[in-house]
Design a protein around this ligand. Sequence first.
Ligand code: AKB
Length: 317
Amino acid sequence: MKQENILIIGAGGQIGTVLTDALRELYGDDAVIASDLHPLENQAGPSEILNAMDGQALEEVVKKWRINQIYHLAAILSAKGENDPMWAWDINMTSLFNVLEIARQRSLNKVYFPSSIAVFGREAAHQDTPQYEVLIPETVYGISKVAGENWANYYYRRYGVDVRSLRYPGIIGYQSMPGGGTTDYAVDIYHYAIQNKPYECFLSAGTRLPMLYMPDAIRATIELMEAQANRLSVRTSYNLAGMSFSPEEVATSIRKQMPNFKISYKPDFRQAIADSWPASIDDSAARHDWNWQPEYDLDAMTRDMLHQLAVKYHMTV
Ligand code: AKB
């Protein structure tokens, strides 16, 4: 077991919930300090109530637990951010600056900061969007991620802070719920299907977006953080891909196991966000630098999601 003291900010969120367990498995329960704005329940290791907007509170937690790695997962996502752009910008940027500054001041070993496919806008290539592409995002979330990527790169080059980052596509998992994103439908749809409820989708039938199953997302995150620093050629954020699908395609995949599943479409303001994002991503830099390889395609993910949710809801597929 390796000696690391890891702080997770946003440990109660969609990815944080699962990543906390995975890191505890790897480093030991007590090596991972789970933190969030609200008390975290059922923790196998230590936890803290922490608002990353408060730089002093962050410093106290880092000192108290002799933290040497931070995973900063807390952020306002694409759809929710559009309700109050300045608030979203403030949260996403202030919390990131607090993390980068504490990492610089206390010479932390590593920082993880997630970016997103939301960095791209409609000027970018729609298919197989390259790693180095024009970045003109249309959401405040996307703007904050482009800025964050550049600050990550700046802290690495100017101060030697080892910040690493992935541009997550939509993440789908059964363990936790997303909140405030444009890709959230791809989680909700499985919860409706397993409960034999019809699903009304807020994106149109043919809207293809890049997506990734949670086990692949967690593995990618840990593989990037474990990679040798000199292998990493990208210090802004790596493109990351697993699969691409539309609501229509995921419904077809669900019907292979639940033939009576019904879906209807009522696009709302999130359609314009989705339309500005790529349909598929070229992640060859990640494949080349740290051997990234996704394992799940749409049907494999659907089988596992329905199986796991059936257990959760005491249903049969
Ligand atoms: C969102 O939909 O905002 C997120 C993302 C793709 O970053 N899931």
